[in-house]
Ligand binder design. Structure first.
Ligand SMILES: NC(=O)c1ccc[n+]([C@@H]2O[C@H](COP(=O)([O-])OP(=O)(O)OC[C@H]3O[C@@H](n4cnc5c(N)ncnc54)[C@H](OP(=O)(O)O)[C@@H]3O)[C@@H](O)[C@H]2O)c1
Length: 291
């Protein structure tokens, strides 16, 4: 039995679909909103209610019966450190429920010196997995290419792509490729290893501005800004303060070169090469280039 947590989330749902297409299983998913997954239930997936904030015994019951688990990192913005609390509850319950292998969605460069405020949660979760006796596979996902769909419309509108990314590059990866990597990791079953899940090319914000200009037919110029200025601008524009910190943290990590890591791990795990971010932006131009 393969369990995918967070079945209502976009990544988890796609992993379940890929596993169904491969005829893998039996499959199970846990979610805070089982009512959203009736279609998957109709396709033979066992759907159970679980929230990583629940008490231990309830989580153990929810995970019982699974041998392998994809632990999808949560997205809470309650406070930095809360994600690790939730992941720790999930890991301890999974071990007690008899899960033998946990695949975990971490991030590139998950070390406390990273300026990404979530890096520590991932660092702690990775260490817990190494220490708690379970077999584990770490998937260090680079930044989602989808994150650009939020940044680029404003850049096209104003002609200015402002970011605290300096001259650094990131190997943006699509959510689809992260899902393929996760499904592949579950099927292959290699343990005690980590994969760097990236796109095939690393781009700077100057590259992104050039692509945004070409695909929109407008002039777009990259304007590097200091992190404190960037954070203040995001907050002034009404961005949730924690999301503003997260975005600025990722941009600082890019500036420091921490996300400039291209690998062929998606291909190793799934058999097909990862999509270049430039292709992703072309395919999704209707969502960001016409403002
Ligand atoms: N690398 C990147 O650039 C990047 C970008 C965005 C997110 N991420 C990470 O990747 C994860 C998956 O991405 P996504 O695109 O699928 O995000 P999403 O669509 O926003 O889904 C959020 C996921 O978190 C789960 N979740 C939230 N709170 C939970 C709780 N209390 N207990 C159990 N599960 C909880 C949700 O499960 P249910 O709703 O089904 O309960 C869902 O699977 C995110 O949660 C985040 O940790 C990475």
């Amino acid at each position: 039995m393969i369990l995918v947590t967070g079945g209502s989330g976009r990544l988890a749902r796609r992993v379940l679909e890929l596993l169904l297409e491969q005829g893998a299983g039996p499959l199970m998913t846990t979610t805070r909103t089982p009512e959203r997954l009736e279609d998957l239930q109709g396709r033979g997936v066992t759907v159970r209610n679980a929230d990583f904030t629940q008490e231990h015994a309830a989580l153990v019951r929810a995970f019982r019966g699974a041998q392998k688990m994809l632990l999808v990192s949560t997205n809470t913005l309650e406070a930095w450190g809360k994600r690790f609390e939730q992941h720790e509850r999930a890991v301890r319950a999974a071990v007690e429920a008899g899960v033998g292998h946990i695949v975990y969605t971490s991030i590139t460069f998950p070390y406390p010196v990273s300026p990404v405020p979530l890096a520590r949660d991932h660092f702690q979760t990775e260490n817990l997995l190494r220490e708690c006796g379970v077999e584990y596979t770490l998937l260090r996902n680079n930044i989602y290419a989808e994150s650009l769909l939020f940044l680029l419309p404003d850049a096209v509108r104003t002609g200015r792509l402002r970011a605290a990314a300096g001259g650094g590059k990131a190997a943006f990866v699509t959510r689809e490729d992260c899902a393929r990597a996760a499904a592949g990791a579950l099927l292959r079953g290699e343990t005690r290893c980590s994969y760097e899940v990236s796109g095939p090319e690393a781009l700077s914000f100057a590259d992104l501005a050039r692509i945004a200009g070409e695909l929109s037919g407008r002039t777009v110029v990259y304007e590097p800004v200091e992190p404190a200025v960037r954070l203040a601008e995001l907050k002034a524009a009404g961005t949730d303060p924690m999301l503003a910190e997260l975005q600025t943290g990722f941009e600082r990590a890019i500036a420091e070169g921490l996300l400039d890591l291209t690998t062929r791990d998606v291909e190793r795990l799934w058999g097909t090469p990862a999509a270049p971010v430039s292709q992703f932006l072309r395919d999704h131009a209707a969502e960001w280039a016409q403002v």
